[in-house]
Design a protein around this ligand. Structure first.
Ligand code: AHM
Ligand code: MG
Length: 323
C-alpha cells in the first residue's frame, strides 16, 4: 500500500526546512484544518439538520436557526481563538475585524477569510468553499487595528481554500508552490493527493455569469464572444472556489467583471481575490483586475471589491487585451 502523507506531516516537514521556524505557523494551520473539518461535517449533513435557510428564524426547539455561513464563521473564529496563534480576523461575515485577545493578543498572524463562499449554493447541495489568507503582523507590541489588514496580496505569507465538493480538499501555498490534500473521511485526515499543482498556460474553459453579459463592458462582451468563436466550454457553478478549482485542474479562466450593477465587480479583494491570486500565480497562472496585477493592488477598505480575471496565463492576458 502506498504510504499516505497527511497535511500535518507535510507541514511539519516544511517547517523543518526553515531553521528559525517556531512552530507557530504550523499550529495556526492546524487550527484552520480543525475548523475546516468541523465545517465539512456540518456541510455534509446540511439537509438533515436545521442549518440551511435564513438566519434569524427559530427551529422547533425554539433554538436560533443558523445559516451555515454564520455557523462556519463562528467555527473559524472559535478555532483561531482557542489556538492562540492569530491576533485578529477579517471575515466576510463581519463588518469590522474581530480582535482575539487573551493568549492570542501577541500572536504574529492575521487571518482574512471568507468562511463559506458560494452561499447561494448551500441549500442546493452544490460545492461551496472556504478561502483564507494569512499575513504576518509588522509589530506585535501594539494593539491590532483595522488598517493592518489593508495589505497587498504580495505580503501574504500563505493562502488557501477548502472545497466541500464530491470530496473535500484543502489547497494551499506558502509561496513555494501549491499543494492539494483530500480529506479521507475514514481517518479524518487531509492527505496529500495533488502535489505541486500547476495550471495549464492556456485553457478552453471560461467561467462567467453570462446572465450579466448585457450589463458588462464592450471588452468583456468581445472576450466572451472570442471564447464562443473558439468553441470553448462555458462552465459556471457560481461558487468561486469550485469554479477556480476546476480551472486550476483543467485550465481555464474565471471572470467576475465590472458590470453596470456592480461597477467594481462583486468579489472582495482581501479574502476572495488576493488569496486565490496567490494560488494562481504559484501554480503558474495569473490574476488581474483587467489592468493591474491583483497581488499588487493596495487595498483602501476591508471589504473592497475588484473586477476579477483569474486562471491560465494566456487566457487572462487575452481577456486583458480586450479591456
Ligand atoms: P458570496 O461571498 O456572497 O457567496 O458571493 C460570492 C459568490 C462567488 O462564490 C461566486 O463566484 C459569485 O458570488 C457568483 O455570483 P453571481 O451569482 O452574481 O454570478
Ligand atoms: Mg464570498
Amino acid at each position: 500500500m502506498a504510504t499516505l502523507k497527511t497535511l500535518n506531516e507535510f507541514i511539519i516537514e516544511k517547517q523543518s526546512e526553515h531553521h528559525n521556524a517556531t512552530g507557530e505557523f504550523s499550529r495556526l494551520f492546524g487550527d484552520i484544518t480543525i475548523a475546516a473539518k468541523i465545517i465539512n461535517r456540518e456541510v455534509n449533513k446540511a439537509g438533515l439538520v436545521d442549518i440551511t435557510g435564513a438566519y434569524g428564524t427559530e427551529n422547533v426547539q425554539g433554538e436560533a436557526q443558523q445559516k451555515l455561513d454564520v455557523y462556519a464563521n463562528e467555527i473559524f473564529i472559535g478555532a483561531l481563538r482557542n489556538g492562540g496563534e492569530c491576533a485578529a480576523i477579517a471575515s466576510e461575515e463581519d463588518e469590522d475585524i474581530v480582535i482575539l485577545d487573551g493568549p492570542s493578543a501577541n500572536s504574529k498572524y492575521l487571518v482574512a477569510m471568507d468562511p463559506l463562499d458560494g452561499s447561494s449554493n448551500i441549500d442546493v447541495n452544490v460545492s461551496i468553499g472556504t478561502i483564507f489568507s494569512i499575513f504576518k503582523r509588522k509589530d506585535t507590541s501594539v494593539p491590532v487595528t483595522r488598517d493592518e489588514f489593508l495589505r497587498k496580496g504580495i505580503e501574504q505569507v500563505a493562502a488557501g481554500y477548502v472545497i466541500y465538493g464530491s470530496s473535500t480538499m484543502l489547497v494551499y501555498t506558502t509561496g513555494s508552490g501549491v499543494n492539494g490534500f483530500t480529506l479521507d473521511p475514514s481517518i479524518g485526515e487531509f492527505c496529500l493527493s495533488h502535489p505541486d499543482m500547476k495550471i495549464k498556460e492556456d485553457g478552453k474553459i471560461y467561467s462567467i455569469n453570462e446572465g450579466n453579459i448585457n450589463i458588462s463592458t464592450k471588452g468583456v462582451k468581445e472576450y466572451v464572444q472570442d471564447c464562443q468563436e473558439q468553441l470553448f466550454s462555458a462552465r459556471y457553478i457560481g461558487s468561486l472556489v469550485a469554479d477556480f478549482h476546476r480551472n486550476l485542474l483543467k485550465g481555464g479562466i474565471y471572470i467576475y467583471p465590472a458590470t453596470e450593477k456592480a461597477p467594481n465587480g462583486k468579489l472582495r479583494l482581501l479574502y476572495e481575490c488576493s488569496p486565490l491570486a496567490m494560488l494562481a500565480e504559484q501554480a503558474g497562472g495569473k490574476a488581474s483586475d483587467g489592468k493591474n496585477r491583483i497581488m499588487e493592488i493596495d487595498p483602501t477598505e476591508l471589504h473592497q471589491r475588484v473586477p476579477y480575471y483569474v486562471g491560465s496565463t494566456k487566457m487572462v492576458e487575452k481577456a486583458e487585451s480586450y479591456l
